[in-house]
Design a protein around this ligand. Structure first.
Ligand SMILES: *Cc1c(COP(=O)(O)O)cnc(C)c1O
Length: 429
């Protein structure tokens, strides 16, 4: 077989699409049918009755999730976004406060702070783990800092031990956005359980899913109850319950349906196996992609069991001598999809550049509640900006439903492209 690049008209490594990621099977179908047969598709009532806490499937899911993750409380939500918002609300964060968060994440990790009138402050990430760099976090702490939202990006747990000591020292709430990392662990501690509050996503892209959904876990009875109040119109039960502290208990409808809960429970049973398959696939890719010039396969700390939501590789344009976009195009021509850069550093979004969120007057940045001066200029998080601009390639061809042959095709495509960098340089010139 010729090694000529598909970009130049050679035979591509692969002509057939890769197997789709689909983990929904008979158990999920049967669980949904059982709910449908009962006719009760949601069990919630926004009133001070037992139904305030949702239906039978929701409660079964919550206790199974709590048991699986070894925490006293799991609170089901209709998304991880809702879960993050509720976590910040439950943490009594409000106007005037600052919340330190990674800029290299899904946007809701940061808007969670804004929703409660707090100001997101972006700290840089560590180039090996893509998660918050504790030194950068420390440099962003001020007298206004109230919380840190750490993200276990791509399935790699954030440096929670270091962040925990910063949080303890400064009296901060530590939220762990583990949307991408169910089943991952650090020093034997499961991702999502290492902060005051942990948030998981069950949206369709994640390791396990129910279409849309989220779960918040905590060891705190106080936070758990506040999460449940925010989930379900907390203000309507405040009088009957004689709630003394009603800060941030303005409720939403973040309720999960019985259908989603039934699917999520079946999916939870698959979690361990699905993560293991991702780990096996990742190992095969890492072994196959070693020693390619300019490409650095993901680093895994020996204390980490990685969740492998995405497989992210550092790319060094200077070493490879070819723009990232060219390498990506060459890989795609070989029939192997690849993505570039992940997400734009969040502070470069118009929301932060223009500081327009709620109303047109610049709240929460401008006005009487906030006396800080947060910086969102380009350059504040150089590691993140570099990865976004040129330093990162990633793929979701790691999802564990791929056969060894599929993974070997991925490896062959990378080896062919990175073995032809000189040719790519000529083509580009
Ligand atoms: C997916 C994701 C979310 C949001 O999840 P939803 O359930 O879609 O709201 C939040 N944070 C991170 C890091 C995510 O990957």
């Amino acid at each position: 077989m010729t090694e000529k690049l598909a970009l130049e008209g050679g035979e591509p490594v692969r002509r057939t699409p890769f197997p789709a990621f689909n983990t929904i099977g008979a158990e999920e179908r049967d669980a949904v049918l059982a709910v449908l047969a009962g006719g009760s598709l949601s069990g919630f009532l926004g009133a001070d009755t037992p139904e305030f806490y949702g239906g039978e499937a929701v409660r079964r899911l919550e206790s199974a999730w709590a048991e699986h993750f070894g925490v006293p409380h799991a609170v089901a939500m209709n998304s991880a976004t809702s879960g993050l918002y509720a976590a910040v609300g439950a943490g009594r964060i409000g106007p005037g406060d600052e919340v330190i968060v990674s800029p290299y994440t899904m946007s809701a990790s940061a808007t969670a702070a804004l929703i409660y009138g707090a100001v997101p402050v972006f700290a840089d990430i560590h180039p090996d783990t893509f998660c918050l760099d504790p030194r950068s976090v420390l440099s962003r702490v001020t007298s206004r800092t109230k919380a840190i939202i750490a993200v276990d990006l791509f399935g790699h747990p954030a440096d929670m031990p270091a962040l925990t000591s910063i949080a303890e020292k400064h009296g901060l709430i530590l939220v762990e956005d583990a949307a991408q990392a169910p089943g991952a662990s650090l020093d034997g501690e499961l991702a999502g359980t290492m902060g005051h509050v942990g948030v998981f996503s069950l949206n369709r892209h994640k390791t396990i899913h129910c279409g849309e959904g989220g779960i918040v876990v905590t060891r705190s009875d106080d936070l758990a109850e506040r999460l449940r109040l925010i989930r379900n119109h907390g203000e309507v039960v405040a009088a009957q319950r004689q709630l003394d502290d009603i800060v941030n208990l303005v409720g939403f409808n973040y309720r999960m349906t019985e259908l989603e809960a039934a699917v999520a429970l079946a999916q939870l049973g698959r979690l361990r196996g699905l993560v293991e398959r991702r780990q096996t696939a990742a190992r095969r890719l890492i072994d196959g992609l070693e020693d390619l010039p300019g490409l650095q396969p993901p680093m895994v700390d020996p204390n980490v069991s990685h969740g492998w939501y995405l497989f992210a590789m550092r790319y060094d344009e200077a070493v490879a001598g070819v723009p990232r976009a060219t390498v990506a195009a060459a890989l795609r021509a070989e029939g192997v999809p690849v993505s570039e850069g992940y997400t734009e550093p969040l502070y470069l979004q118009p929301l932060y550049q223009r500081r327009i969120a709620f109303g047109a007057d610049g709240f929460p940045w401008r006005g009487s509640t906030y006396d800080g001066d947060v910086d969102y200029t380009r350059g504040i998080c150089p590691v993140t900006e570099h990865l976004w601009e040129s330093g990162l390639l990633y793929t979701d061809l790691i999802h564990g439903l791929l056969a060894d042959d599929d993974l070997d095709d991925v490896v062959r495509a990378y080896r062919r492209v990175f073995g032809n960098l000189k040719r790519l340089r000529e083509l580009g010139g």
